[in-house]
Design a protein around this ligand. Sequence first.
Ligand code: ADP
Length: 405
Amino acid sequence: MKILVLNSGSSSIKFRVYEARGGSLEELARGIVERIGEEVSYFTYKSPRGEIRYEDVIGSHEEGLRRVLKALTDPEAGVIGDPSEIAGVGHRVVHGGDVVSEPVVIDEGVEEAIERFAVMAPLHNPANLAGIRAAKKVFPGAVHVAVFDTAFHQTLPEEAYLYAIPYEYYEKYRVRRYGFHGISHMYVAEKAAELMGRPLGELRIITCHLGNGASVAAVKGGRSVETSMGMTPLEGLVMGTRSGDIDPSIFYFLMKWEGLSADDVYELLNKRSGLLGLSGVTNDVRVLTERMLSGDRAAERALRVYAHRVKKYIGAYMAVLGGVDAIVFTAGVGEKSALVRRMILEGLEELGIVLDEERNEDPAAHGYLISSDASKVKVYAIPTNEELVIARETLRLARERMGGG
Ligand code: ADP
């Protein structure tokens, strides 16, 4: 049984194909269609049987997916004979609001929910929906499943998800905290439990997904009980280009002082803030690290603010969880930046968190463990694998659907 996983952005489609063999999923191929709808688009595909790369005009998501199908059925590099071999298509969807709390087979109601919450994820949900509608045309025989970034956090208690503004806005507009990156937080929490050889159900884990977007989650017994992103992905940690937490009055004063519109300030906080805004140079942590090490004050300032915010959340979530058994770092920065991990964890020895310098430099060589043997809390740097979670959930629901007729 083969599963296609799609991550559709506004101008790109990332895809992977898996085959279910016994109890496990094996990756057969992967690729990306980039710059859809622009003057020139890029197509990249790779399987153990060969690679396909070209530039062409690819005008829409549907056209992009037809190219994906063409590559998948290519006589040389392909991995399937015809589209009916794809039993399930799993779609990553960013915002499911409080309507969806687990992976679901996509029907009209699900599409309607994705549309309804698009107002809170204007860059992501419409693109996700475009991908779903296109895929239904190109793979009409497959079971289409949506896996939501918000779903894992639907277990947040009321005191964690409500904002202290008039309650009527929660009732009227569903203004509340939802949280994101749920697929990744869930995956690495499960992985950490596996590495510890303990049941997830008895563990308190803090997961730090530090990519271009970044969030922290407190996971108790496998359920998310707190997370740093809010109604939208703007809240919480300092990110590549997003401010994370700020005093909401700043919105008001920037409008007044700079003569900006609400749209302008919203754009400034989402696209021109965070590491980019602080450093004035880039949101790329690799570049900032090089610059900091060669004495650049602005780069150092940006990384310090970044690390301080994560540290603060770790402390807060230890209080929320009543202690912590493991801390996990994942995503681009979390997996790869030994420096940022060190900056976050330094000074936490009194709290039972002790980093091992050697392990921190090369986590993969040490079973992803980066804490010292003296550390009460286990600390890991684990590669996330959101596509695998989506494939797993899609396979489960496709089997259920087929089994049930
Ligand atoms: P996205 O959120 O877009 O999926 P990723 O999880 O791929 O992003 O993370 C992107 C971030 O990871 C970028 O800021 C990049 O600088 C950072 N990154 C990637 N490789 C390294 C590295 N070797 N050292 C430090 N940071 C890295």
